[in-house]
Structure formats: C-alpha cells, structure tokens
Design a protein around this ligand. Sequence first.
Ligand code: FES
Length: 165
Amino acid sequence: MTGSTVSIDFKTIDEILESCNYSKQYLIAMLQKVQEVYKYLPEEAMTYIGEKVDGLSPATVYGVATFYAQFSLEPKGKYEIKVCDGTACHVRGSMPVLNAIREKLNLKDNKITTDDGLFSLEIVSCLGACGLAPVCVINEKVYPQMTSDAISIVLDTLLKEERGN
Ligand code: FES
C-alpha cells in the first residue's frame, strides 16, 4: 500500500464514527463517508477506525476496504480518468487508449495516480454509452470514440493548461 498524502483530521473521523454509533455493522457506511471527505481511504483513517470501533481491528478494516471495488486506497488525481473496458468499448479499442494514457502519464505497473497528483486512472465496466465506444470520462466530461491519438491530444491540452501556457 502507498503512503497517504493528506493529513488526517481525526476529529472528522470521530464525527463519522459518532454518526454511525461506533458500531461495526456500519463499517461500510463509515468507509464511504471517509472516502467522501478524502476521495480515497487514507491508511491512518482505516487504522483509526480499526482501533476505535469495538469488534474491529485495523486488519479487518483494511480487508473490507480492499474487498470492495468502490473503495480506493490510493489518492485520486485532480483529473480522474475513467477508461471504459466494457464489451463494446473493448471490442472497439479501449486497450490501445488505456495503454496510450499509461504511457503518456508514466503510469507503469498498474500505478493509478501520477507522482504530481494531477491524474489518476481507473478502468471501469460499461458507462452506459456503448454507442459512443470507446468511451473515456475525465472528471465529469465524456470523451466519445476515443483513439490513442485523440486521448493523447486531450492529455496534452490538460497538461498545457496546468503548466499555464
Ligand atoms: S461498454 Fe463502454 S460504455 Fe458500454
């Protein structure tokens, strides 16, 4: 697991635990609320929950968090890229698009977030826009009929904006 890049406000975590009655039966709800605040599940927050809630341990909390795909254990980037690899998108070339993103952003070995925290990458199944396949979404914006060249241009544009030129 990678280290956290945010500092944890344990008061916020306490408020979340309080709203769930410090009850282990609400563990999923606790984790969802923590993720809403931090956009991922910081390791310190999971450890804290495991220590504070009766009947849980940090290992249990971590085990549950890794089991559910909805939880991210790594910080998300400023730009959250989702690449659809549902059947329609896969057949129409989502993999070359994914590889182009990985290459451009230097995301090797299934790393999901760039070192500068600007981009994170997630593979998702059907986004419900199969007619536009292959589809990518960056934050809320949908990019239809992507190709490796097209996504490369999109990323270059975002990088230029970030560098202010
Ligand atoms: S398979 Fe990609 S949008 Fe449906």
